[in-house]
Design a protein around this ligand. Structure first.
Ligand code: BT5
Length: 272
């Protein structure tokens, strides 16, 4: 399975073509590297966070892929996209940086829909779902003066390869196209477009159009949810929207409460 030639359905990414398409004058992306294997692309870029924004690192295989809160992200080599980028929106107040993982979700859902025809919904804060199953996860971590934003997207995984039964892949969701090169290109272009728009408004989700785009794609808003917080605390009630800092608004018996991604262990829909 480890040779690039044994699985013809999983050709390697074409680094030179990706660079040619993405590294354009005046663009956000400054460097695009594709490595055959690493521990975690987020960890690698966190070590280089002070260098510049616009660094892109993609791994064909991750052996210590990170989720949030010490959880793991795992997928077979070349079965998906494991990518991180550095961003430093210094003109945006830090409180609003909570929008970055949400922004990445909007960009990823839009790229996936355009290239593969698969309609993914967003589960606040950071998951792309098809039905109730997870197609992609996003991890934003503060590093240096900015943020490392990582995205893991399942592309060609077969049912028996899924790391957890709650996962899915583009192939399993009936994608028209499972070629990773155009998916990755679209993902980085959408990310650049949304990031630039958001940043130019000083991180204003309303005027940048991000709030509307997120709300339209979000499967969490309008549902009753149970939010698990650290130390066994929970909140329960209808999720009614997202505030200006990207926090989920939940109406509990004590009134409206805003929950930040950093506070959450799990958000689950509950039966009414
Ligand atoms: C996430 O965490 O969903 C964020 C995942 C971010 C992964 C990317 S890959 C590139 C970059 N470099 C990294 O090291 N990380 C980022 P969380 O919400 O905590 O979800 C983690 C949970 O998702 C795990 O505990 C599993 O239950 C499940 N999971 C693991 N691998 C999965 C997969 N391939 N597909 C779907 N679910 C998965």
């Amino acid at each position: 399975m480890d040779s690039p030639f044994t699985d013809l359905d999983r050709p390697p990414l074409r680094e030179a073509a990706l660079r040619k398409a993405l590294l354009v004058p005046g663009g956000l992306w400054r460097e695009v590297d594709v490595v055959p294997e690493t521990g975690s692309t987020n960890a690698d870029l966190a070590r280089r966070a002070e260098e510049a924004e616009g660094l892109v690192l993609v791994a064909e295989s991750q052996v210590a892929g990170k989720g949030r809160l010490d959880r793991r992200w795992s997928a077979p080599p070349r079965s998906g996209i494991a990518m991180s980028v550095t961003l430093a929106p210094t003109e945006v107040p830090v409180a609003r940086w909570g929008w970055l993982p949400l922004l990445a979700g909007v960009a990823a859902a839009s790229a996936v829909s355009r290239v593969t025809g698969v309609d993914a919904r967003l589960k606040w804060p950071n998951d792309l779902l098809v039905g109730e199953r997870k197609l992609a996860g996003i991890l934003a971590e503060r590093a240096g003066a900015g943020v490392v934003l990582g995205i893991g997207l399942n592309v060609s995984l077969r049912e028996e390869e899924l790391p957890v039964p709650t996962a899915t892949s583009l192939a399993l969701a009936g994608a028209e196209n499972t070629d990773r090169d155009p998916i990755l290109r679209a993902l980085l272009r959408e990310l650049e477009e949304w990031y630039t728009r958001w940043r130019l408004t000083g991180g204003d989700a309303r005027t940048s159009g991000l709030l509307t785009a997120y709300t339209d794609a979000c499967a969490t808003i309008g549902r009753r949810v149970r939010v698990e917080l650290p130390a066994d605390r929970t909140l329960e009630g209808p999720a009614t929207g997202i505030d200006e800092d990207g926090r989920l608004l939940v109406t509990t018996s004590e009134g409206p409460t805003a929950v930040g991604a950093g506070d959450v262990v799990h958000v689950r829909p509950t039966a009414d």
